[in-house]
Design a protein around this ligand. Structure first.
Ligand code: AR6
Length: 181
């Protein structure tokens, strides 16, 4: 799939790619989960389908939900990744209920967990901009800003964060936001 844009940050790289995240060979993929970690539609459904039942078994065994704005990690079952980081973004209401801060916090928690797990390469979807309705033009700068900060952390093992965007329009939106950074 075509690579459209990338940016060097510190000793790492931020990249945008049109892709189904479940196909990527990276150390960790981020899942756009819900607070009960119950699985669902969208990218969450795709990750559980492709990764197999092990991921849900581990979620049930180790965690009792995950508050909005935070993240937990499991193995990746049959996926080519080593870890799945389940991050919970906010459901969009009107933007006046802390949604931007919660989205920022979800990405920050996800990348911090990836670094704690020693990951060099991480792929993330655009959290909250599907079923949860967060406007993607507002979400993209938040997503890219948090990825840049994570890559710029001193001594981080992270070397590449790729946003795996499903739709061409989402990719274009992230590319515009990256150009404006
Ligand atoms: N690869 C990459 N991106 C994808 C894929 C994929 N395979 N499938 C969908 N997307 P969403 P949310 C994009 O709805 O808004 C679930 O039921 C999609 O086009 O997956 O955070 C959870 O259990 C969109 O741009 O997540 C929660 O209940 C982006 O991924 C709720 O949905 C996020 O869309 C979370 O909603």
């Amino acid at each position: 799939m075509a690579e459209t844009d990338q940016r060097v940050v510190g000793s790492g790289r931020l990249r945008l790619q049109r892709a189904d995240i479940t196909t990527l060979e990276v150390d960790a993929i981020v899942n756009a989960a819900n607070a009960s970690l119950a699985g669902g539609g969208g990218v969450d459904g795709a990750i559980h389908r492709a990764g197999g039942p092990e991921i849900m078994s581990e979620l049930r065994r180790r965690y009792q939900g995950c508050p909005t704005g935070s993240a937990v990690v499991t193995g990746a079952g049959r996926l080519r990744a080593r870890h799945v980081i389940h991050a919970v973004g906010p459901r969009w209401r009107d933007g006046e209920h802390g949604e931007p801060e919660q989205l920022r916090s979800a990405y920050r928690a996800a990348f911090a967990l990836a670094a704690d797990c020693g990951c060099a390469t991480v792929a993330s979807p655009s959290i909250s901009t599907g079923i949860y309705g967060f406007p993607i033009d507002l979400a993209a700068p938040i997503a890219l800003g948090e990825a840049s900060q994570a890559l710029a952390e001193p001594a981080t093992p992270l070397r590449e964060i790729v946003y795996a965007l499903f739709a061409e329009t989402d990719l274009a939106c992230f590319a515009t936001a990256l150009a404006g950074m």
